[in-house]
Design a protein around this ligand. Structure first.
Ligand SMILES: [Zn+2]
Ligand SMILES: [Zn+2]
Length: 393
């Protein structure tokens, strides 16, 4: 079905999608506080006859529609807003001071509601199971991890999961995606360099932790350029350094904090190993010591080649090849969608939300003409993925 056929198909649903989007926009809630958002989603899904599940320790919601035997496809919509004071001047602007849906998650939830409404009303057109993951705290700790831990990917097992995100670099409805890696893995690096404090005029009686830390920072900056292929992206940023008490005291302890971003698991492991070795060995060579602590953050998101090709075909039919932009490179930003695709094929794509604004800013706007192609893309992709590999589908 092309966009005009979908427009007829979704005629009865779209007005409610717009209303829900505006209602959510008016009442944004920060990460981990999505209580009223959860209540609204639960009542909307239940009204459609969609089975609902909630999760411990977070405000996540899963909607499930079972319609006989078959494959299972899931859609992720994130729920949280940001600590930003809205300056759009919209009639339905945030009524919550200092809180705003500035990343489009209001639209994501409304679009997911739209596809749920269509699947609930058109059971004769599909078989299998569709799940909708409403994920809280995407902007902070990633509610996806609680949802996955509590079994959202099981019973029945999800075959493919889709994530769709607003992108204000493109006009409304543009499909922006690529197969393969789309976002990076992150690791939190903490280093504690210890030396021995002494009088600043008599350095021979101490070990200067600041000088050791300076050598470590410089050496770490050569790891990406000297141990990795130029075609294997990675970033190591030391973003915080703290040490010393006075200008005339040799510093005895320095703390450093940084972030490592990588794509492939091999590079991630190699960089972690090199960071630990370089930091501790430089410190010991200089008469001090360095404790290294590396905590894993989000994993990388890899778009499954086959599922990508199925979804790109849907985009061609609905949005048209003239409105499809092949993303050139992955980002070393992170996405909590990684938890859903850790053991399951998935596709994460952007949909243009209208040019002229930027995500995470007080003037971010969603051009609501994205709602029709947004819902149509979800419905068509899920239909195609449910029927994928199924001769009767
Ligand atoms: Zn965001
Ligand atoms: Zn977002």
């Amino acid at each position: 079905m092309d966009i005009s056929q979908w427009e007829k198909e979704l005629q009865a649903i779209l007005p409610r999608v717009t209303e829900i989007r505006r209602e959510l926009h008016r009442h944004p809630e920060l990460s981990g506080e999505e209580k009223n958002t959860q209540a609204l989603i639960l009542s909307e899904l239940q009204r459609l006859g969609v089975e609902t599940h909630t999760f411990k320790d977070c405000y996540g919601v899963m909607g499930v529609l079972k319609n006989g035997e078959g494959r299972c496809v899931a859609i992720r919509a994130d729920m949280d807003a940001l600590p930003i004071t809205e300056e759009t001047g919209l009639a339905f602007a945030s009524e919550q001071p200092g809180v705003m849906h500035a990343c489009g998650h209001d639209a994501h939830m409304a679009l997911a509601f739209g596809s749920a409404a269509w699947f609930a009303a058109n059971r004769e057109k599909w078989r299998g199971t569709v799940k909708w993951f409403f994920e809280p705290a995407e902007e902070t700790f990633g509610g996806a991890q609680w949802m996955v831990q509590q079994g959202c990917m099981e019973n029945p097992a999800v075959d493919v999961v889709i994530g769709q995100h607003m992108n204000p670099r493109y006009k409304a409805g543009v499909f922006f995606c690529k197969p393969g890696y789309v976002s990076g893995a992150s690791d939190a690096i903490s280093l504690r360099v210890t030396g021995k404090s002494c009088h600043g005029a008599y350095p021979e009686s101490g070990t200067d932790a600041i000088v050791i830390a300076a050598q470590i920072v410089t050496a770490l900056q050569t790891l990406v350029s000297r141990t990795l292929s130029p075609f294997d992206p990675a970033v190591l940023t030391i973003g915080r350094i703290n040490g010393g008490t006075a200008r005339n005291i040799v510093c005895g302890e320095v703390e450093l904090e940084g972030t490592l971003r990588t794509l492939s698991p091999q590079t991630r492991a190699k960089m972690k190993e090199r960071i630990a070795a370089v930091s501790s060995q430089i410190a010991s060579a200089m008469g001090g010591a360095c404790e290294v602590d590396i905590q894993p953050g989000y994993g990388a998101v890899y778009n499954d080649d086959h599922a990508y090709s199925v979804i790109a075909r849907c985009a061609e039919e609905i949005i048209g090849s003239e409105n499809m932009v092949l993303r050139e490179a992955p980002s070393l930003g992170v996405e909590s969608f990684c938890y859903f695709v850790e053991h399951t094929p998935g596709v994460y794509y952007d949909i243009g939300s209208g040019i002229g604004t930027a995500l995470h800013t007080p003037t971010f706007l969603v051009d609501e003409t994205v709602l029709l192609p947004g819902v149509a893309m979800q419905c068509a992709s899920v239909l195609a993925l449910l029927a994928d590999g199924n001769p009767d589908g």
